[in-house]
Design a protein around this ligand. Structure first.
Ligand code: ATP
Ligand code: LTN
Length: 330
């Protein structure tokens, strides 16, 4: 049994607290007992238009965020997806095994293509999940720590692994999703029915990893709450407060019960003040380390070079087997 862990983030816009809690923060402890690959998925990023200069900066920003959050390049491999061309190659093969109907059901595609209509969406946006399956299967990944929004994509990766194995013989490990109980879906601070999202145009809906302490305080004090009072956890009846409690739980380590006890008899104002200070205290060292990594690109580039070499070795070996199974080449 292989125990490899793989995950990735798209270098689009700025990372927010949802990305940190749902993905990065979850990755840090896993490194201690698993081999880990953490990828910056730039080929996925270009499924919606990106400004080339900005994309290149965003790639380094994501690398800096990984490191600042506690990913240790001595333990884990950090690399850029497009620098290991086997991802695109296996993505193509996975695309040939994927049914149009399976892709049409993907809620992320439906959401992202809704504005301009399906006919205008790029074909890459449509086939995005086949490339994601390739990312995962290329390394015989056993577990993929992600936020809840990626469950559907991961389920397809499992289906494609089984389909390939049935058709061409045992080749790929079937990966599992690793989803947290509290924190897999951090919601918008302005609308608790929507997930906190990079592409949300509202600044106050999300806390960015690059926000200053004052901006974080302002955004949290302006976050919507529910009409029913009291800091008690009820995701159905009080979704806004449940979301803020989830964030508090994640940044302090307190359980929901402990949080309820701490704020028993107190109002939302007191809770939000404490939450703001806890988020600031948690993010401040991360934001600072991110800036330090960004001010020394040589160190970042060295880490990414190293990561590419390690990932490349694994990917090349796996693709040799895949090509021979499928009958490609001579
Ligand atoms: P976009 O809004 O452009 O879709 P995104 O905010 O979803 O972007 P991604 O790069 O697609 O960001 O996601 C990176 C990781 O962060 C994934 O594992 C994803 O599941 C997780 N993630 C994204 N948003 C949230 C959220 N609100 N709560 C928890 N995890 C999240
Ligand atoms: N689709 C993911 C990013 C992603 C990914 C992966 C995550 C691409 N390839 C492989 C885990 C494993 C997203 O966050 N939007």
């Amino acid at each position: 049994m292989n125990d490899l862990v793989f995950s990735g983030v798209q270098p689009t816009n700025q990372l927010h607290l949802g990305n940190y809690i749902g993905a990065l923060k979850q990755w840090v402890p896993i490194q201690h007992d698993h081999r880990c690959l953490f990828c910056i998925v730039d080929l996925h990023a270009i499924t919606v238009p990106q400004e080339p200069r900005e994309l290149r900066q965003n790639i380094l920003d994501v690398a800096a965020a990984y490191l600042a959050s506690g990913i240790d390049p001595k333990r884990s491999t950090i690399f850029v997806q497009s620098e290991v061309p086997e991802h695109a190659e296996l993505g193509w093969i996975m695309g040939t095994l994927t049914k149009m109907g399976e892709l049409e059901r993907m809620t992320q595609f439906k959401d992202k293509s809704a504005k301009g209509g399906m006919g205008r969406a790029g074909a890459g946006l449509f086939t995005y999940p086949a490339l994601m399956a390739a990312d995962i299967l290329l390394y015989d990944t056993s577990a993929v720590p992600v936020g809840e929004d990626q469950m559907q994509h991961l389920e397809l990766a499992r289906v494609l692994a089984r389909r390939f194995n049935e058709r061409f013989g045992e080749t790929f490990q079937i990966p599992q999703a690793l989803i947290q109980k509290h924190g897999a879906r951090i919601m918008s601070l302005q609308d608790p029915s929507k997930k906190m999202s990079k592409s949300d145009p509202s600044d106050t809906s999300k806390i960015l990893l690059s926000d200053t302490a004052d901006i974080i305080r302002k955004k949290i004090m302006r976050a919507v709450t529910d009409t029913a009072g009291g800091v008690t956890y009820d995701a159905d009846k009080k979704p806004a407060v449940a979301n803020l409690m989830t964030i508090y739980h994640q940044v302090t380590g307190l359980t929901m019960k402990q949080i309820e006890t701490e704020f028993d008899g107190k109002g939302y104002g007191d809770f939000k003040k404490a939450l703001a200070e806890a988020v600031v205290a948690h993010l401040e060292p991360i934001t600072k380390r991110m800036q330090e990594f960004r001010s020394d690109p040589h160190e970042l580039l060295r880490i990414l070079d190293n990561g590419r070499e390690r990932a490349q070795l694994l990917a090349a070996e796996k693709m040799k087997l895949v090509r021979s199974r499928v009958g490609l080449g001579r």
